[in-house]
Design a protein around this ligand. Structure first.
Ligand SMILES: Cc1cc2nc3c(=O)[nH]c(=O)nc-3n(C[C@H](O)[C@H](O)[C@H](O)COP(=O)(O)O)c2cc1C
Length: 266
């Protein structure tokens, strides 16, 4: 399956069949991880493949999602490390989806003291789905509307297509913190700034959440949405260059400017 189709059909999988992914595919996944490119800079990010049988060596708590395999992601606290993790992790998730392997981000695991060389950030659980792996259609997807995420209306069908790819990305507690400004031949990415205590109202979490915790997830979620953007742009044969445009960080109150993508024909 093409990555673009996998992106459109991906959904979080939380129930797994218990069947192990075979060794040849695990090798392919390891090779894919080794070749993953970050969104920007040269991060220290490391992805560690952990089998179900080794889980207790790495984590204090048991997993809320029981999968055959896990990928723990660790990194130093560097500029854009969360966005890079979201970007690289979501590319991996779409690749797994294209191999008919289900997956889900897990933000609630507690690492054991010295289990990892670098600070632990987040985990991706993966394996064969128990149930339907793919989303059947996007009609009923629980997401903000294009108007809610766009700071300016997309000017044409292609820009709308790119916005749609961003819109369906996964996010911690489905908060969809991305805000985007489509321009003629560029897309500017922003992230919502959580307040000290932010009201949340997701399917499984309601109440006030400390902004510091939300902020950790939001960077990863925005990185995942940029992975969707790039997969869509490549599908339509565009060349993308990311950069930070000086002055844009002051554009909107309560939004953090992340970066801009320049879109060109190949
Ligand atoms: C940074 C991040 C953290 C997440 N943490 C969890 C988690 O701890 N447990 C969980 O069940 N899902 C988690 N998710 C998955 C989201 O709940 C899910 O993406 C969102 O509800 C949208 O649903 P979908 O992925 O099926 O499109 C996380 C997703 C992201 C991007």
């Amino acid at each position: 399956m093409e990555l673009y189709d996998a992106m459109l059909k991906r959904k979080s999988i939380r129930k797994f069949s218990g069947k192990e992914v075979d060794a040849k595919l695990i090798d392919d996944i390891k090779n894919y991880i080794a070749a993953l490119k970050p969104l920007c800079d040269a991060p220290s990010i490391k992805m560690i493949l952990i089998d179900n049988s080794e889980f207790g060596e790495y984590f204090e708590n048991s997993s809320p999602i029981h999968a055959q395999h896990y990928i723990a992601i660790t990194s130093l606290s560097e500029p854009y490390f969360r966005e890079n993790i979201g970007f690289m992790g979501e590319n991996l998730i779409i690749y797994l989806t294209s191999l008919k392997i289900g997956s889900c981000w897990i933000g609630t695991l507690k690492p054991k003291g010295s289990a990892f060389e670098l600070p632990y950030v987040i985990t991706i659980a993966f394996g064969y789905a128990d149930g339907e792996l793919y989303r059947e259609n996007l009609d009923q997807i629980n997401r903000k509307s294009i108007d809610q995420i766009c700071l300016v209306k997309p000017q044409n069908d292609f820009m709308t297509e790119l916005v749609q790819a961003i819109r369906i990305a996964p996010s911690g507690i489905n908060r969809q913190p991305w805000r985007i400004e489509p321009d003629n031949n560029s897309m500017h990415f922003y992230c919502e700034q959580p307040s000290f205590l932010t009201p949340v109202n997701s399917d499984n979490l309601k109440g006030l959440m400390p902004g510091a915790i939300l902020k950790r997830m939001q960077g990863i979620s925005c990185g995942a949405s940029i992975a969707h953007f790039l997969i869509c742009a490549k599908h339509f044969d565009k060349n993308i260059t990311f950069s930070r445009i000086q002055g844009r960080e002051k554009s909107y109150k309560k939004l953090t400017y992340l970066m801009s993508a320049i879109i060109e024909e190949k």
